[in-house]
Ligand binder design. Sequence first.
Ligand SMILES: [Zn+2]
Length: 384
Amino acid sequence: MHRIRFLLSAFAALFLLLSGFNAIAANINDIRVWNSPDRTRIVFDLSGPVEYKFFELKNPNRIVIDFSDSKFTGLLPKSGELGNRVSKIRTGKHDDLIRFVIDLKSTVRAEHFTLIPIENYGDRLVLDLYAKLAKKQKSKPKKVDDEFIVVIDAGHGGEDPGAVGAAKTLEKHLVLKIAKQLQKELNKVKGIRAELTRKGDYYIPLRKRRKIAADLNADLFVSIHADAFTKRSANGISVFALSQHGATSERARVLAQKENSADFVAGENLSQKDRDVAETVVDLSYQGQIGRSVALGSMVRTRLSRVGRLHGHGVEQAGFAVLKAPNIPSILVEVGFISNPKEERSLNKKSYQKKIVKEIATGVVQYAKKYPWGQERWRTSSIQ
Ligand SMILES: [Zn+2]
């Protein structure tokens, strides 16, 4: 008996010792807040791995996060940045403990997790606040007969800036501008309805972007991106589609890998399945999708040759996660290299953006006329 008690206390001592070693002091350098229709994301930038305690309190609703043995060296977000779920973020120091209190405007479902360093980010603690009572989402109008739906996806957003230009243009801002103009342009065409995956500066997981298209019963999916490369001379426009059997070029492979890492950069709380971005597409439903995607891609690419130099030869293919919506022809357009100072300047000009938008739209309309999607509900004549 004594022996067992001795062993137990020895274990307890060992546990204390080990947990003592695990408690690493880290500073909180900054706090960022991103608001999307689905959630409010609060990101704590940390100087290293950290131990924290999380709990929720009621009356009034608030969330508390305690960091032990830490310092806060940043600034609290301004009230204008907090969005419609958070009313205030406060902080206070209690001995060697720093506490953050997040005052809520309503009940939320909270998720919290830490992230290890990736690209320009160090360790992070992410707090996601989702509306608890799933308010009946303002659902987009259902597809009506003869309507051809194009879902336009502005790449990146929020925590994930995407590529950074020679003069610091952020891909996420540039592609949102182009996506919005493309939506306007396509909505001018009778018979076509264009919808956006994101409307503001927030991140949507790649899987969710495809789901938005599927839920809308989309006929086409167009993801807009801008490239960056270490060699500043790299330039030109390129168009990509999904591949079932490896990439068509080394560049396509590397680019798909880079674009697929967006979920990690943005700090998604990924399941193992989601992490496997290299999952092979074996489903037969992709075969038709890929054929159509390449057809769409070459029409758009040919039109874009009127705007500027094309990069590479033909529509390239690789395993882009965002293009994996079964049965929906999907392309990814890289509108140019923002790492090239000259191309970055052009891309920031409204007149140049307008040209790009016009040619992508023309390519899409050409496709819609040539490949009416489902004859029974689609008449080519409805596009004018
Ligand atoms: Zn991108």
